[in-house]
Design a protein around this ligand. Structure first.
Ligand code: ZN
Ligand code: ZN
Length: 428
């Protein structure tokens, strides 16, 4: 079969003929890949920053069809994740970017991105999905079966769910592998953080955690409406940053929260994309809160103006570079929240203990538990086909679908920021 392979030390992508993967463990599935995407986090290894020296098949975002299952699958299987008893050859599946067993303590808690038996597709530990076929370990705990929507929970009606699955293009469903769950994860962490509780409940800290206490009995002045406005910045407007912004706006509107959002990127091209996406979203997905797209310094000025110099309630950092963490710190208020989903490889974070102490700032770092975030991501995908549905539009996250032959050039152009998200069709 054909596969896109990375060679050390850096910037060396080759399309090679390699053996079709086989079942190695009874929990494995082999998936015939229909589409596989190129992602910003592929660039860490591409550039030689991953500390990797092993040739391997790239890619952690893929959608395809099950062509072979290990011996642990069958209708009679009990006490294991549903897919061990229901997944069949021929089923259409999308995979989160990491393997997760779905049955250990960590997975049961929903922290699937850090399953102790997990592995990242497209790494030296596990060949990736930019190939005609891919082996999926622990597939019954990892995959989502798009042919059998009863295998995951949803708040959508049966009809909406089915309509979503039949009407949505594979290039759009592929966003469920990484970028959309990661965007939703960033927004979810920020908007459910304890530091936001005074604004969300209208009761000051720590009464916000004690609904049984009447704040008026405490002789507190009470929060004003202005006190409760959430000011949120999103730093980094690549595909994940845009997904995070769309998810954030949707959640703010759905929960009827008053807000101001500023989306930030150094590159004008990315800011233009964000503006086109915002314009494409209908009112039900963005509401009436203030929204601006700016470069960093202008964004800092605007946040100062909005908040009288106090700063952002929350900052979503979706870049993965120390300079973005510095900007996040500058933008966030005291008792604020920084949620970082950017992939960080730098040896130190750019803060002193004194800076952290002086702002009472909370940080959430790290990888999205993509499998756990799949159900809300799927719902947002169904709802927001106005931005996630198309390829090559000014408001699309996916710029183009290309053949494997174009892989080396696509990596080069993507690395230079000359193209947006690219999807490979391994059969063209
Ligand atoms: Zn990715
Ligand atoms: Zn697990």
């Amino acid at each position: 079969m054909q596969a896109i392979r990375w060679h050390p030390p850096a910037y060396d992508i080759r399309v090679e003929t390699v053996p079709i993967p086989e079942i190695q463990d009874p929990d494995d599935a082999i998936v015939k890949v229909k589409l596989a995407a190129l992602c910003g986090s592929d660039l860490h290894i591409y550039r030689g920053h991953g500390g990797v020296d092993k040739v391997h098949t790239c890619g952690h975002e893929f959608i395809g069809e099950v062509v072979s299952l290990g011996s642990n699958y069958g209708a009679n299987v009990q006490g294991r994740p549903k897919l061990y008893s229901s997944l069949k050859v021929g089923d259409k599946v999308v995979s989160p970017f990491t393997v997760n067993c779905g049955e250990c303590h960590v997975c049961r808690l929903g922290y699937t991105g850090r399953c102790p038996s997990g592995a990242l597709f497209g790494s030296p530990a596990l060949d990736g999905g930019q190939a005609q076929y891919v082996r999926v370990p622990k597939a019954g705990g990892t995959l989502f079966n798009l042919s059998n929507p009863d295998t995951w929970p949803t708040t959508l009606s049966e009809q909406e769910k089915q309509k979503g699955l039949t009407a949505i293009a594979d290039s759009s469903l592929l966003m469920l592998a990484d970028i959309l769950p990661t965007g939703v994860f960033a927004a979810t962490q920020a908007l459910n953080h304890p530091k936001l509780q005074p604004m969300l409940t209208g009761r000051p800290w720590p009464l916000c955690f004690s609904p049984e206490v009447n704040p008026e009995a405490q002789n507190e002045p009470g929060l004003t409406l202005e006190d409760r406005v959430l000011t949120v910045a999103v730093i980094g407007l690549g595909p994940v940053g845009i997904c995070a912004t769309v998810s954030l706006l949707d959640e703010l509107v759905t929960r009827k929260l008053p807000f101001r959002v500023v989306a930030i990127d150094l590159l004008e091209k990315r800011r233009e994309k964000m503006k086109a996406v915002y314009d494409a979203i209908d009112k039900s997905g963005k509401g009436n809160g203030e929204f601006a797209v700016l470069a960093t310094d202008e964004a800092k000025d605007l946040v100062n103006k909005w908040t009288g110099g106090i700063g952002c309630t929350a900052v979503l950092e979706v870049v993965g570079h120390p300079s973005a963490l510095t900007s996040a710190y500058d933008l966030v208020r005291a008792f604020g929240v920084v949620v970082s989903v950017g992939v960080h490889g730098a040896p130190v974070v750019p803060y002193t203990g004194r800076q952290l102490y002086n702002k009472n700032v909370s940080f959430d770092f790290g990888r999205c538990p993509a499998r756990a975030m799949f159900p809300p991501a799927f719902e947002l995908l169904v709802k927001r086909q106005d931005v996630f549905g198309k390829v090559g539009d000014p408001a699309s996250l996916v710029d183009r679908v290309v053949s494997f032959k174009e892989a080396p050039e696509s990596y080069r152009a993507f690395d230079k920021g000359e193209v947006g998200k690219v999807i490979f069709n391994p059969w063209e």
